[in-house]
Design a protein around this ligand. Structure first.
Ligand code: ATP
Ligand code: MG
Length: 291
């Protein structure tokens, strides 16, 4: 299957009909095993590296990838996989945890804005401003502890945040930052297995946090919040990908297809060498050969 086709299967770019339950977390397309997908996975990594090199050299576009998911859905693993092929010089990863005191002194987009990728670069957000319509929505106490003037916090707050996020992402798109957003869609059953593994396998113990189990009790609220988030913020220029996450190898394959497909669509090329540059290169060569 072509990368574009696989990427498009999980793409959501308009609000109309999106329902989370239409997407199967255990889907693996026509691949039946990790071994079966191995070659495609390797090709994806190689192609990604070639395209990133051009992105960097051309220095016009930036690519921002946003990952959102429940704990243990595989965000860290997928980021490691994406990073395995690219040149670290042109790629930065940022993780966003509960906001600091300084961050709470500002609007909710401020802290992520500081870390946006520059032209020619790939930026990866492990969580993002979308937490403001996820964890903050599921736990209403967090909204109260933020410092927005109370008269500005009404029932419309979530619609207003969606509108602001759409406006922000439109602005970024118009300035040359291409945004691709990934929701790693793990099933409740597989989620339980991953937590059990964290408890039972010594080398995974360090990943376990009791608070993650607490969050699991809010599973349905989170699912609703993810669905509403995607419905309200999926756009043509800044689509969501609802990536099946019960099989990690398939998650990796889909994400790498999306990245390759996105970079291919930018028509990247190395800067042209003009006559002046050619003369400069020839002069440098002459100088080098002299000694
Ligand atoms: P992760 O959980 O992403 O693998 P981690 O375990 O290293 O990373 P945590 O200390 O769990 O890091 O930090 C992530 C936590 O921060 C999540 O529970 C998330 O919901 C919370 N968080 C992120 N952004 C916000 C926000 N804007 N407001 C409140 N909580 C937030
Ligand atoms: Mg955590």
């Amino acid at each position: 299957m072509k990368t574009a086709k696989l990427a498009n299967t999980f793409r959501v770019d308009s609000d109309k009909h999106f329902r989370l339950k239409d997407f199967n977390p255990a889907d693996t397309g026509h691949w039946h095993s990790k071994e079966h997908a191995e070659e495609a996975l390797q090709q994806g990594i190689v192609r990604m590296a070639e395209l990133q090199d051009k992105l960097y050299a051309q220095d016009r576009w930036a690519l921002l990838m946003i990952f959102q998911a429940m704990d243990a859905a595989g965000k860290d693993g997928i980021i490691k996989h994406v990073m395995s092929g690219v040149n670290p010089q042109g790629c930065q990863v940022y993780s966003f945890k509960a906001p600091s005191d300084l961050e709470l002194q500002h609007d909710f987009l401020w802290r992520t804005t500081r870390d946006l990728p520059e032209r020619g670069h790939i930026g990866i957000f492990n969580r993002s401003y979308y937490e403001e319509v996820l964890v903050v929505r599921v736990h209403s106490g967090i909204l109260k502890s933020q410092k927005t003037p109370p008269s500005l916090v009404s029932k419309k707050i979530w619609d207003e945040r969606f509108e602001d996020i759409r406006g922000f992402e439109r602005h970024m798109a118009r300035s040359g930052t291409v945004i691709r957003k990934f929701f790693l869609n793990v099933s409740k059953k597989e989620h339980k297995q991953r937590f059990l593994a964290r408890l039972e396998e010594p080398e995974k113990n360090w990943k376990f946090s009791a608070s993650d189990i607490q969050e699991r009790q809010y599973w349905d609220d989170y699912q609703k919040a993810y669905e509403d988030m995607i419905r309200n913020t999926a756009t043509k220029h800044s689509p969501w990908y609802v990536v099946p996450a019960d099989n990690k190898w398939f998650t990796r394959l889909v994400v790498s297809c999306v990245i390759v497909d996105t970079l291919e669509s930018l028509d990247l090329s190395y800067p042209k060498v003009d006559d002046a540059k050619r003369r400069e290169l020839a002069a440098a060569k002459k100088l080098l050969l002299k000694k």
